[in-house]
Write a protein that binds this ligand. Structure first.
Ligand code: ATP
Ligand code: MG
Length: 568
């Protein structure tokens, strides 16, 4: 290939990958890797590359892409192959004017379902140069806990999400009360003092109760009393909807109820709290959100949302919907996760079997995998249940080029090769990526896995991977073999091994928490084995690939390393 074209295509690729600015050094590296003879002409090549890089850098990013598409489209395609799923455009959206929000309730750690919502909200704000609001929907004083405001922020930061504004719904209760009074004064809301059971039954039957006929003065009086002496459950404020509506959500939904519990931020300042119907709609509108997303389960409540804003004469956002994320065999809901922790069925919120962000992180799932998974799902409304292996497949692709390779031998069996030559050499930590080297030194004693040992036949020749061949001589409690040459032969099965220089290691393997709808008693298994001593060179928290075994997150090093099985 013409050297100038070669320089040009790598300069363009490098520029596109780095915001329009290529580096001559990087370009030369690529060129020499493709055409090694260039090494001998490096000075001449350098001058050429500097010139080409200068030209390329003077182009706009769009021009660079166009040019690369022309001369070497395969280099562009490679970048696309990284699967950048794109969200579809938002309706009625204007650049610079889109406002989205993520409204978690501070009553637990965030899970992958929250990640879906947060990532979509955040990505749309970015896509339109808009604003993204973090709003703590903390209007159930019995459920909220002060620690979760910060813990949820940490979870979001881990995902790489940043917000332009943050506030608590509970800070706006005064405003909510004003709006409630406005509804009462308009005759659009009334205090209902029926028993909760009666309210439920009438709602089902589509029947009005006598409270609906209360005068405005009476409602104002009772509303005042709700803040003082009426006991919890004694009265609620209801929207005057339509008790005969086909949509049961419209049958005079509750707007406020009495809760007597200390709120983590507001203390005992308030005892009348808004419902989700009220707070959700009002906050979206008042805070300027243009495109609020809700999960499809709230579909029936959309009518309430708009009706309420209409009555309050407040701006109506463009309500959006996506499906609630469910993963087969996993509890993607705080309501389901909490009891599992309380009953001791999992070890805590960061148990590796849970789809909490803490659990996934501990398990070795990369945040980028979560992001790509969420974007690949997009904002479809179809309520399909996904399987966890879809997330694993994305994670595997991301880990493969960065995970160092090691040998781990589960259930080890001794292999003695009496005439083995002593070998001392360096092996690559990755077959294709430049991740460095590890040193090995072998003797006559090896350990191989029980499952490999049980497949051996006497007289058969196998290859100890990256080392040499061994012919099996005797199989008993231990295996004996004979050195059978260094040459790599395709027909020899390659197996992993460790020497006497190893650590005993436990690898914890999580499985689905629920199988066939029932709690899976065997959802956490321990696999014991030997790992090569070289494992010392990694950092705690790093994910490595144990060859022919799977990816393993190194949770703890030391004399007895502990790992977590990530996936195959
Ligand atoms: P949970 O059952 O986990 O308590 P929630 O909806 O009550 O769910 P919130 O803290 O109120 O939890 O949720 C905050 C936001 O996250 C909401 O906008 C909700 O739509 C979204 N969300 C929660 N769970 C999921 C999920 N499984 N899939 C998609 N979005 C979700
Ligand atoms: Mg909720």
């Amino acid at each position: 290939m013409d050297v100038e074209i070669l320089a040009k295509k790598y300069a363009l690729q490098n520029a596109i990958q780095h915001n329009g600015k290529a580096s001559a050094k990087a370009v030369i590296g690529k060129m020499v890797a493709e055409e090694s003879y260039l090494k001998e002409r490096i000075k001449e090549v350098w001058n050429l590359v500097v010139k080409v890089v200068e030209e390329v850098n003077s182009l706009s990013l769009a021009e660079q892409k166009e040019l690369l598409e022309e001369i070497a489209p395969e280099l562009l395609a490679k970048k696309k192959g990284e699967k950048k799923s794109k969200l579809p455009p938002l309706p009625d959206a204007e650049r610079g004017k889109v406002v989205t929000r993520f409204p978690p309730e501070p009553n637990g750690y965030l899970h992958i379902g929250h990640a879906k919502a947060a990532i979509i909200d955040y990505e749309y704000a970015r896509m339109y140069d808009g604003k993204f609001i973090l709003r703590f929907d903390d209007t159930n004083p019995e459920n909220e806990d002060i620690v979760f405001y910060e813990e949820q922020r940490k979870d979001l930061r881990w995902l790489g999400i940043e917000w332009d504004k943050e506030y608590n719904t509970s800070d706006n209760l005064k405003k909510h009360y004003e709006l409630a009074l406005q509804l009462i004064n308009q005759g659009d809301a009334y205090v209902c003092t029926c028993k909760p059971r009666e309210i439920k039954e009438r709602r089902l039957r589509g029947e009005e109760c006598s409270c609906r006929k209360r005068s405005k003065e009476e409602n104002r009086e009772l509303w005042k009393e709700m803040h003082n002496e009426i006991p919890p459950g004694g009265a609620i404020l209801r929207l005057k909807g339509d008790m005969r509506s086909q949509n049961t959500a419209m049958r005079d939904p509750t707007l406020f109820r009495i809760v007597e519990a200390e709120h983590p931020i507001q203390g005992d300042k308030y005892r009348v709290w808004p419902t989700y119907d009220f707070a959700g709609a009002v906050e979206d509108s008042l805070s300027g959100v243009t495109h609020p997303f809700r999960t499809k389960e709230y579909e029936l409540r959309d009518e309430v949302y708009f009706y309420l804003l209409e009555k309050l004469k407040l701006r109506k956002p463009h309500l959006m919907e996506f499906s609630r994320l469910s993963i087969e065999g996993m509890p993607v809901s705080k309501r389901l996760i909490k009891p599992l922790i309380e009953e001791g069925k999992v070890k805590g919120y960061d148990d590796v079997r849970l789809p909490t962000l803490r659990g996934l992180k501990r398990r070795g799932i990369l945040k980028e995998a979560i992001r790509q998974f969420v974007l690949s799902q997009g904002i479809s409304k179809s309520e399909g249940v996904v399987t966890f292996d879809q997330i694993e497949a994305i994670n595997r692709k991301l880990l493969d080029p960065i995970a160092k390779r090691f040998f781990f031998v589960p259930n080890p069996i001794k292999l003695i090769v009496k005439d083995a030559p002593s070998v001392e050499k360096e092996l690559r930590l990755h077959p294709t990526e430049d991740l460095g080297y590890k040193k090995i030194k072998t003797g006559k004693i090896f350990y191989i896995s029980k499952s490999d040992a049980s497949n051996l036949r006497e007289g058969e020749t196998i290859r100890l991977k990256d080392l040499f061949n061994v012919t099996v001589e005797k199989i008993g409690k231990e295996v004996e073999g004979r050195f059978a040459g260094m040459e790599v032969k395709a027909e020899y099965e390659k197996i992993q091994w460790v020497t006497e220089d190893h650590f005993p290691m436990i690898i914890i393997k999580p499985d689905l928490l629920f199988k066939g709808g029932k709690y899976n008693e065997e959802s956490l298994k321990e696999i014991g084995g030997f790992v090569e001593r070289n494992i010392e060179i990694v950092k705690e928290g790093e994910v490595v690939q144990m060859e022919r075994f799977g990816f393993v997150k190194i949770e703890r090093l030391g004399d007895r390393p502990l790992g977590i099985y990530v996936h195959r």
